[in-house]
Ligand binder design. Structure first.
Ligand code: ADP
Ligand code: F6P
Length: 483
């Protein structure tokens, strides 16, 4: 991105997230370079902020010198510094080895460490301070995700004049799980600093309201509200509302890209390179143990072993973005996935013809759209996922009505996309059967399903998500709401 340094200015509409939409990446001894940040949060919020000309408070992805505020070019970015020990304790530790696994059904055991919690508190305080310094009087501040759950209350202490929204991108677990957290009361009180707390699904909002009741943090009342707000918490002097706002994608932007000559040509080339008539199965994920990559590989291996497919007729392309690489569960997950890929290719491959193409890398948007377009079957098989934008992106990239979507019932997206082939990724033979069925789907049915899926992602795009959250936010409390 082009960067232009500017003096700090106060802002009417602010997004606060752990990461900025771009981060500084080291390149040996050369100057670090700005790269797009990974993950669904950035994919969703970047088009919103650009359209509304807001500002973004977040970490620049480096523990070295932090740049001053700059424009990129129609977005104002306010970097928040993290040092090496905060990166380890707040980001890798409390955010990604305590909260992330706990909120994803504890599919990996969460670790509870006092030092990590202290760092989380300290960094949340810093985010609140930076935000308080740049928010205009009466501004609207939209805080994002599990890394910053204390910021709503910390910001309210400093700036009672601003309107505060909070949105959680990941699942909010049932009270029985959440209550394991030694600092459960502090975290809930942090969230209750917001005027509106948003979740992906109604179940998450209900879990939160139940939890508030269990912890006696105010009088929580479910229902009695027009959706998407599902309940309120009455606190002394004010109320907090909770609701469900399923996040989405910039459908029009991706559709336009999908129609471009560059993408169509690249998709054809990919098909050709992978072997003309071979069916292509595709996975695109951050390399995260919640994404069910190993389950998917095991099912693919099962289909090969049973001769239901062969390396001659089918290929699996798995693109895995490097993610949280020093965290133990992520290291193990990478080793597991890479061993599986090696075993499958070693067992079922031939010279010049391997069944799995595995790339441990980020790809650019054109390449990603071309991959979506080249695929016959998209595999989205998380064990638990707040939403999963890859599923929606695949649909948006298929104006040709081609391709079948295999989607885990444990992804938030499954609630909105029932025309996908839904599957329980824990059930290996069901996963094998569903993958095989997707490969053999009759054309009429495939087109019919895709048409319905596309109707949904067009109507419910990311702009709809932002409008619905921000208008619910504007209905209570005070502060400016961006148009
Ligand atoms: P999460 O937020 O957990 O990473 P999502 O599926 O909601 O999961 O969002 C992932 C986002 O990251 C999507 O916008 C997707 O296009 C992008 N993405 C995932 N893997 C890659 C990759 N290898 N290269 C480029 N973008 C990727
Ligand atoms: O909600 C998904 C999410 O965890 C975001 O909060 C985050 O920005 C993204 O995935 C990528 O993860 P990370 O920032 O840890 O690289």
């Amino acid at each position: 991105p082009r960067v232009r340094h500017t003096a700090d200015q106060e802002t009417e509409f602010l997004v606060v997230a752990n990461r900025l939409p771009v981060h500084l990446e080291a390149h040996g001894t050369a100057e670090p370079r700005w790269q797009r940040s990974p993950g669904g949060l950035v994919s969703a919020l970047e088009p919103i902020l650009r359209a509304r000309r807001g500002a973004w408070v977040g970490w620049a992805g480096t523990t070295g010198d932090t740049p001053v505020a700059f424009h990129d070019p129609d977005l104002r970015l306010h970097p928040v510094p993290l040092n090496e020990s905060e990166y380890r304790d707040y980001y890798e530790g409390f955010s990604n080895a305590t909260l992330w696994p706990l909120f994803h059904d504890a599919v990996a055991p969460p670790e509870f460490k006092q030092a990590w919690w202290q760092s989380y508190r300290q960094v949340n305080q810093r985010f609140a301070e930076h935000t308080a310094a740049v928010a205009a009087p009466g501004a609207t501040v939209w805080i994002q995700d599990y890394q910053l759950m204390l910021v709503p209350a910390l910001l309210r202490e400093r700036r009672p004049d601003v309107r505060i929204g909070f949105f959680l991108h990941i699942p909010f677990p049932p009270p029985e799980l959440f209550l394991q957290l030694p600092w459960r009361t502090e975290v809930v009180d942090g969230l209750l600093g917001a005027d509106l707390v948003g979740f992906q699904l109604p179940g998450g909002a209900r879990n939160f309201l139940q939890l508030v009741r269990r912890l006696h943090r105010g009088e929580s009342v479910a229902g009695g509200q027009p959706t998407p707000v599902l309940g309120t918490v009455r606190l002394p002097g004010r109320t907090v509302r909770a609701g469900a706002f399923p996040i989405s994608i910039d459908t029009a932007g991706l559709e336009a890209l999908a129609h471009s000559e560059a993408v169509r040509e690249r998709a054809q080339r990919i098909r050709h390179r992978l072997g003309g008539s071979r069916k292509i199965m595709l996975g695109v994920d951050r390399l995260d143990y919640t994404k069910g990559i190993d389950q998917r590989l095991r099912a693919f291996e099962g289909l090969l072993a049973k001769n239901r497919i062969t390396a001659q007729d089918t290929v699996l392309v798995q693109i895995a973005t490097p993610s949280r690489e020093r965290v133990e569960h992520y290291r193990r997950q990478r080793a597991r996935v890479e061993a599986q890929v090696g075993r499958i290719n070693g067992t079922f491959g031939q010279v010049g013809r391997v069944p799995v193409h595995y790339l441990h890398t980020t790809v650019d948007r054109t390449e990603l759209a071309a991959l979506y377009q080249a695929a016959d079957v998209m595999l989205v098989t998380p064990l638990r996922d707040g939403m999963n934008l890859v599923a929606k992106e695949f649909v948006a990239a298929r104006p040709d009505l081609g391709g079948a979507l295999v989607l885990s019932e444990f992804a938030g997206a499954a609630h909105e996309l029932p025309q996908a082939l839904l599957v329980n990724p824990h059930h290996l033979s069901e996963l094998e059967d569903t993958m095989a069925a997707a490969l053999d789907l009759e054309e009429r049915e495939r087109r019919h399903r895709m048409r319905e899926l596309r109707r949904h992602v067009r109507e419910r795009d990311v702009h709809h998500w932002a409008r619905s959250f921000l208008s619910a936010l504007s209905e209570g409390g005070h502060g400016a709401v961006p148009g």
